[in-house]
Design a binder for this molecule. Structure first.
Ligand SMILES: [Zn+2]
Length: 291
């Protein structure tokens, strides 16, 4: 039984879809009201939202490791904010968390369409994903099982994931993608209502996913500055196969650098926020997994 779900927006202050969906629902709470659980909404990084920037001191969506949450010596705005949010929505790892399920709303400058980024392995999380894939066949699922602890916002709750929608420039609202994100959240709320009431959901027992494998950085000089950009043939090719020998980067002096690895799918191609993180795209394997 899921007693409550949190819809969080503005984890990144320049991703306006989530910010304005939360504002919409705070003004129209009946839209997210369902019969057998409670839905709460939360604007996450209000200071960053006001300044229309991703974060103030550090990425809030990497600030929820148990180690950092327990470290009172951290001074960054987002480190302190993470502790406040964990009191409100967690606590992470607790037997009695305030919220059972977190869906964290993001946008990306990459051509990711309507997608889910998931690190949680819980059965409820994956049944929700199976339901959403059934309702929205265009939905793609990117599974990220890192070898380090999941420090994302949704890790505060026992179940959850992030929704990533693109391509949207930072600081911009696009009505088409706003509506798609909104519809996906309503499907999720409908899923929870049906799951709680014990209806047979007739879900597929397998889901197609893109399983994270590799981060690909830009070619850089000795000073660390990038010396190439994503090749024009790879731009916007998210959830698209890349084979050995295909163009990957274009150097500033117009030389093509080709892909040397085995065939994989490219995701988050040329995402603006990842220049500073040191990756130009991620590579994933497509597979079907049991839910
Ligand atoms: Zn984001």
């Amino acid at each position: 039984m899921i007693k409550n779900i949190a819809i969080t927006g503005g984890t990144h202050g320049n991703e306006l879809t989530g910010v304005y969906l939360v504002k919409k629902w705070q003004n129209n709470p009946e839209l997210i009201k369902r019969s057998n659980f409670t839905t709460i909404t939360q604007l996450m990084n209000k200071k960053a939202i006001k300044e229309v920037r991703r974060y103030v001191d550090q990425d809030l969506n990497r600030s929820f490791s148990l180690t950092d949450l327990a470290n009172d010596g951290l001074d960054a705005h987002e480190a302190k904010l993470a502790k406040e949010l964990n009191e409100l929505l967690g606590k992470k790892g607790s037997e009695n968390p305030k919220v059972d399920f977190i869906v964290d709303l993001h946008t990306t400058t990459a051509n990711m369409g309507l997608s889910i980024v998931v690190s949680n392995q819980s059965k409820i999380t994956w049944r929700a994903i199976a339901y959403l894939c059934k309702m929205e066949p265009a939905l793609k699922v990117y599974r990220w099982l890192g070898d380090i602890e999941n420090a994302f916002v949704d890790s505060m709750a026992p179940h959850g994931f992030a929704i990533e929608v693109g391509a949207v420039p930072q600081g911009v609202l696009r009505a088409d993608l706003f509506l798609k994100t909104e519809a996906l959240v309503y499907h999720l709320l409908n899923y929870v209502e049906k799951e709680n009431s014990g209806v047979d959901l007739d879900l597929d027992d397998e889901v197609e996913i893109y399983d994270h494998e590799v981060l690909v950085d830009y070619p850089r000089n000795d000073a660390g500055d990038i010396v190439a950009m994503v090749h024009q043939d790879r731009q916007d090719k998210d959830f698209t196969l890349i084979e050995k020998g295909k163009p990957l980067f274009l150097t500033l002096d117009n030389k093509t650098i080709v892909y040397e690895g085995e065939s994989k799918y490219t995701l988050f191609v040329n995402e603006s926020a990842y220049y500073e993180k040191g990756f130009a795209m991620t590579l994933a394997k497509k597979k079907r997994i049991k839910v």
